[in-house]
Ligand binder design. Structure first.
Ligand code: ZN
Length: 287
């Protein structure tokens, strides 16, 4: 006997319709971070429970000719960047702009927001970035003033962090699909807390922030760290978290990456928040 179950019936039974895994392309190959260690962990997070299939496009090494780096972005639903290196060749930049502008998903992880200070469309996609000579000419800072994220055009450099530590993440857009069901506050594993990111900062929703404490060398401001953006018809999830393995092997990092990647790819989030999500007082390392 064949049993047909509607999506509603499946939901009642607590089952998921057998949705095809998301097709993800992860780009790496150059980064001032340990991308050889972090890429397999990012891949494992995204492939957990058959949620996605991840193929990796590794660029030529730093200093080698980047000219032949031409991933087939259009063959994937979402591109995840673990790349911070040489400017991609013009044809690759054009293909990427066309891909995201035409509705493709993009996810920027940690130092991917250091990349490409000179590439206008890329900076529009990520909203804000740091280092690479960025300054007030790159755009404003996003500062929380009277409950609103406000463009601050004060002159100065972009990109800084204090010493690594565990810190409290604060949800700033609880109604957004990526954040729906997540706690208002949760502890994030030991990581770099980026401050003073700057950029065009348009079409951006700040999803979560953390207070950058001067006691750990921080800015004394609530720093935006998770972002959702639109770029043309495309969606972008930007996480400034994820310096190294300790930061990445963390349930809060993993869940926000999974949900942000699904949203960037499809505009929806179907994943439930796991019961081992970190709390306001305790981090939760990945099993
Ligand atoms: Zn870092």
């Amino acid at each position: 006997m064949k049993l047909f179950l509607t999506p509603f019936a499946l939901a009642v039974l607590g089952l998921h319709a057998a949705a095809a895994p998301l097709k993800v392309l992860l780009v790496d190959g150059q980064n001032n971070h340990a991308w050889q260690q972090t890429t397999p962990e990012l891949k494992a997070i995204l492939e957990e429970n058959g949620f996605a299939t991840v193929e990796v496009a590794t660029s030529p090494a730093k200093g080698a000719d980047i000219g032949a780096f031409k991933p087939d972005f259009a063959a994937y639903q979402v591109v995840v960047s673990n790349y911070n290196g040489a400017l991609w060749p013009e044809a690759t930049r054009e293909a990427f702009e066309k891909y995201v502008g035409g509705g493709g998903g993009f996810v920027s992880v940690h130092a991917a927001n250091n990349s490409f200070p000179e590439w206008k469309a890329y900076n529009e996609m990520i909203g804000v970035g740091g280092w690479g000579g960025r300054n007030e000419k790159s755009g404003p800072l996003l500062r929380l003033r009277e409950g609103k994220w406000t463009a601050d055009t004060t002159a100065g450099s972009a990109g800084h962090h204090g010493q690594q530590h565990e810190f409290l993440m604060v949800t700033r857009a609880p109604e957004h699909p990526i954040m729906a069901g997540l706690p208002a506050k949760w502890m994030h594993a030991k990581d770099e807390l980026y401050d003073h990111l700057r950029g065009p900062a348009e079409n951006v929703t700040v999803l979560a922030s953390a207070f950058s404490d001067p006691a750990t060398g921080g800015s004394g401001e609530d720093e935006p760290l998770l972002f959702a953006l639109s770029h043309g018809q495309g969606r972008v999830f930007h996480t400034a978290l994820g310096h190294g393995l300790e930061a990445i092997k963390d349930v809060g990092f993993a869940v926000t990456l999974q949900r942000g990647t699904e949203w960037a790819a499809t505009g929806k989030v179907t994943q439930k928040v796991p019961t081992n999500f970190p709390t306001e007082t305790a981090v939760s390392p990945r099993p």
